[in-house]
Design a protein around this ligand. Structure first.
Ligand code: BDP
Length: 655
C-alpha cells in the first residue's frame, strides 16, 4: 500500500511483502477485511511479480481462506504448510487479516519446510490504544497530552487534519501488530472535545471509516457531565431518569452514525474530571448508567480506576495515593455490568519505571478488567531516551498475584489498553526506536508470553528488511537492556517520580515532595522510602493477597527493586546483594549514565545500516539521552550524598 508522503513506513515497508508479492496467492472471502487482504496481496504482487487468484482450482503457493466453520473464533486463524502450499484458514474476516500479517512476519520462512497446523488466537480479546489527542491545542498540554511525537494524526488546531490516508496507514500498522480498538481523544475531555459525542460525531465517523477495513473499532472518551454540558440538563446524576434518557438517545444516535462503534472511555472524579461523586453516587452507578445506554448496541464502557485525591495534605502521612484505586474500586466488585470494564493502570501510582503490580487486579474477581500501560513515555524518557518497555510489560503480564501456582495478570485481565505514543511525526513516534514499543504492545496483547527480545527481532526484521544481521545485533545491544538502564539512572529502588513537576522530563528530587499530588519519597538525613507496611505505615501491603502481602510487608523478603516503594529505610540498610542502599544509589547511577554513553557509541556501528536521516536523528537523540542520564546521575547522587553525608565507597565524585 502506498505510504502517505513523507511518512516512514515503520514496520510495513514494501519489502516486508516480498515473499508474498513474488508468489501466487488465493484469497477467498468477501467482506471489508477480506477486501483489505486482497488489496494488500494485489499491491505486493504488482511490485514483485506474483499473482492474486480468486479461483480455488488455480495453482497457488499461498491460500488465505475465510471459513466460518474453521472454529478459530472471530480473530483466530490456522496456519499450515503442506505440498508446497501455505494455508491460512480463518473463522472471521479479522482472522484472515491477522493471518496475512503472520505470513508477512515470517517472510520466506512461511514458504519453506512443511508446517503442521498451528492455531493462533489472541490471548486478550480487546487490544486497545487510548489516544490522548485534543482537537484544540490545549494551553498547557498541547495538541496531544503527554504526546512526544508531534501533533495529532486526527486533528490540527481545532479541526480535522483531513489527512485520512495517514489514518488508514496507521490502521494498517496497528492491524499488523494485532491492535483492534482505538479511543481517539483525550481522557481529560475539554469543552471542544466533548462535542465529538454529538455535533462533531462526523469527525469520529470519518476516522472509523479508515480504521474499519483493518479490523479496528473506534471508541470515544466522553465527559461525565455531558448531559449538562451538551444536553442543557441541570444534572448528570446517573440515577436521574432524564439523564439516563439523554445518554440512551445520544448513544442511539452514535450507533446510527457508526454502527460498529466500540463504546465510551471515562475518567471520572479524577484530577478535576466530573463524575458521580457530585451526586452522592459511586463509580459503579456511573459506569452502569453508561453501560446500559451502550448495551442495546453491543458497546462497552471503559471506566478508569485511576481515581485519587490530587489535593492531599502532604503533611498527613496517613493518606497514600497508592491505596486509592483499591480503596475506591475493590468494594464495588460484582456491581459492574458485563459491558462495563474497569481499566486499571499496571501500578498503583502512575506509570513509573518501576512499580509493584496494582493490587486492584487481584481484588475484583467478578469484574471485567482491562490493564492499562503507557506506551507514550511520559515517565520513561519522553521518546527522547531509548527505553524499550516490553521487558517491563512482560513482567507485569506474567506477575502472579496469588503466588507461583496462581493465575497471571494476563489470565485475569480480559483486555490490554495503552496510551498511544503516536503523532504526526514522520517516524510516527518521535524517536524512531520508540516504534518498537508500539509494535511490542500489540504483540504482547496478542500473546503475553512472547519473549521481548523475540518481539524486538520481529520489529527489526519487518522495519529493516535489508539487514544482514549486523543492525539486529546493534539494536539488541542498545535496546534489550534499555528499560533497566533508564531505571538505573533515575529514581532508585521503586521510589518513583523525582521528576520535574508539570512536564515530567528530567530530575527534580524534591519537585513533588511538598505538593498535594501524593507522590513522595520522604528522604531525610537518616533514610528514604515510603512506609506502606501494615505494621507501621499506610497499610497498603494489606491490599495484596498472600503471599505478596507478607512478602512486601517484610523488610527481609521485599524485592530490592521495590524496597523504597514499600519501606522507609536507613541509608545503611543492606540489600540482598550485600550493598547498602546509599552505595546502590551511587553505583546504579554511575552505571546507568555509562550505559547510556555506551548506547551512543554502539549506534555509530549502525551508520550505513539505516537511512542517513534516521541515523542522524537517533544519534541526536542519544546525545540528549547521554546528557540527560548524566544530569540524573549528578542530581540524584549529590542529593543523597548531601542528605546522608556518606561518601561513595569507591571515591567517585558525588557532590
Ligand atoms: C498522568 C498524566 C496525565 C493524565 C493522567 C491520566 O500526567 O496527563 O491525565 O495520568 O492517566 O500520568 O489520566
Amino acid at each position: 500500500m502506498p505510504e502517505p508522503n513523507g511518512v516512514h513506513p515503520a514496520w510495513l515497508p514494501p519489502e516486508a511483502f516480498r515473499a508474498i508479492g513474488s508468489r501466487r496467492t488465493l484469497v477467498v472471502g468477501d467482506d471489508n477485511r477480506t477486501r483489505t487482504v486482497r488489496a494488500e496481496v494485489a499491491h505486493a504482487c504488482a511490485r514483485y511479480g506474483g499473482a492474486l487468484h480468486g479461483d480455488r482450482d488455480g495453482a497457488h503457493d499461498l491460500a488465505l481462506v475465510l471459513d466460518p466453520e474453521a472454529g478459530t473464533g472471530p480473530e483466530g486463524f490456522v496456519l499450515s504448510r503442506r505440498d508446497g502450499v501455505t494455508t491460512v484458514v480463518a473463522g472471521g474476516p479479522s482472522g484472515l487479516l491477522y493471518g496475512l500479517f503472520e505470513v508477512v512476519r515470517r517472510g520466506e520462512a512461511a514458504f519453506g519446510a512443511d508446517l503442521p497446523a498451528e492455531t493462533h488466537r489472541p490471548a486478550l480479546h480487546r487490544r486497545m490504544l487510548d489516544h490522548w489527542d485534543n482537537i484544540d491545542v490545549h494551553p498547557v498540554m498541547g495538541q496531544v497530552e503527554r504526546g512526544y511525537a508531534g501533533g495529532s494524526i486526527f486533528w490540527r488546531d481545532g479541526a480535522p487534519r483531513g489527512d485520512l490516508a495517514r489514518v488508514r496507514a496507521y490502521g494498517r500498522l496497528l492491524a499488523a501488530c494485532g491492535v483492534n480498538a482505538v479511543a481517539v481523544n483525550n481522557v481529560n475531555v475539554h469543552a471542544t472535545e466533548a462535542h465529538l459525542l454529538t455535533d462533531r460525531l462526523g469527525e469520529v465517523a470519518a476516522i472509523a471509516a479508515e480504521l474499519r477495513p483493518y479490523g479496528i473499532r473506534v471508541h470515544l472518551s466522553v465527559n461525565f457531565a455531558s448531559p449538562i454540558v451538551l444536553g442543557g440538563l441541570e444534572t448528570a446524576d446517573p440515577l436521574d431518569d432524564g439523564v439516563r434518557a439523554w445518554w440512551a438517545r445520544t448513544t442511539e444516535r452514535v450507533y446510527e452514525t457508526i454502527p460498529d462503534f466500540g463504546g465510551y472511555v471515562v475518567k471520572a472524579d479524577s484530577e478535576g474530571q466530573p463524575g458521580p461523586f457530585a451526586y452522592g453516587r459511586d463509580h459503579a452507578d456511573g459506569a452502569n448508567m453508561l453501560a446500559d445506554a451502550l448495551a442495546p448496541f453491543g458497546g462497552v464502557v471503559h471506566w478508569r480506576a485511576f481515581v485519587y485525591d490530587h489535593r492531599q495534605d502532604w503533611r498527613d502521612r496517613s493518606t497514600d495515593r497508592a491505596r486509592a484505586a483499591h480503596d475506591h474500586f475493590a468494594p464495588l466488585d460484582g456491581r459492574f455490568r458485563d459491558n462495563a470494564i474497569v481499566q486499571v493502570k499496571y501500578g498503583p501510582i502512575d506509570f513509573q519505571v518501576r512499580e509493584p503490580v496494582s493490587p486492584v487486579i487481584a481484588a475484583m474477581p467478578d469484574t471485567r478488567l482491562a490493564v492499562e500501560l503507557q506506551v507514550t513515555q511520559e515517565y520513561t524518557g519522553q521518546q527522547r531516551h531509548v527505553c524499550y518497555l516490553a521487558p517491563m510489560w512482560r513482567e507485569v503480564l506474567g506477575f502472579r498475584p496469588w503466588g507461583p501456582d496462581g493465575r497471571a495478570v494476563s489470565d485475569v485481565a480480559t483486555e490490554l489498553v495503552a496510551v498511544s505514543n503516536v503523532g504526526d511525526d514522520p517516524y510516527w513516534t518521535g524517536h524512531p526506536l520508540a516504534q518498537a514499543n508500539l509494535y511490542a504492545f500489540g504483540r504482547l496483547a496478542w500473546a503475553p508470553g512472547l519473549d521481548p527480545a523475540d518481539v524486538l527481532d520481529e520489529w527489526i526484521s519487518l522495519t529493516f528488511p535489508g539487514d544482514t544481521g549486523r543492525l539486529r545485533r546493534t539494536l539488541h545491544e542498545i535496546m534489550d537492556g534499555s528499560w533497566r538502564t533508564y531505571e538505573r539512572y533515575t529514581a532508585p529502588l521503586g521510589v518513583g517520580f523525582m521528576v520535574r513537576p508539570g512536564h515530567h522530563y528530567g530530575p527534580d528530587v524534591d519537585g513533588y515532595e511538598y505538593t498535594p499530588w501524593g507522590t513522595y519519597h520522604f528522604a531525610d538525613r537518616d533514610g528514604v522510602g515510603v512506609d506502606r507496611t501494615r505494621a507501621t505505615g499506610t497499610g497498603f501491603t494489606g491490599q495484596y493477597p498472600q503471599p505478596w502481602s507478607d512478602v512486601y510487608e517484610s523488610l527481609e523478603e521485599c524485592p530490592d527493586e521495590l524496597l523504597l516503594f514499600f519501606h522507609h529505610v536507613p541509608y545503611g540498610h543492606v540489600l540482598h546483594d550485600g550493598t547498602t542502599v546509599i552505595q546502590h544509589i551511587y553505583d546504579t547511577h554511575f552505571a546507568g549514565a555509562e550505559e547510556a554513553a555506551a548506547m551512543r557509541e554502539q549506534w555509530e556501528k549502525a551508520a550505513g545500516d539505516v537511512p542517513p536521516e534516521l541515523h542522524a536523528k537517533v544519534r541526536e537523540l542519544l546525545d540528549e539521552q547521554v546528557r540527560g542520564a548524566r544530569e540524573w546521575r549528578d542530581q540524584i547522587n549529590t542529593y543523597f550524598f548531601r542528605k546522608s553525608g556518606i561518601p561513595d565507597a569507591h571515591g567517585r565524585r558525588v557532590y
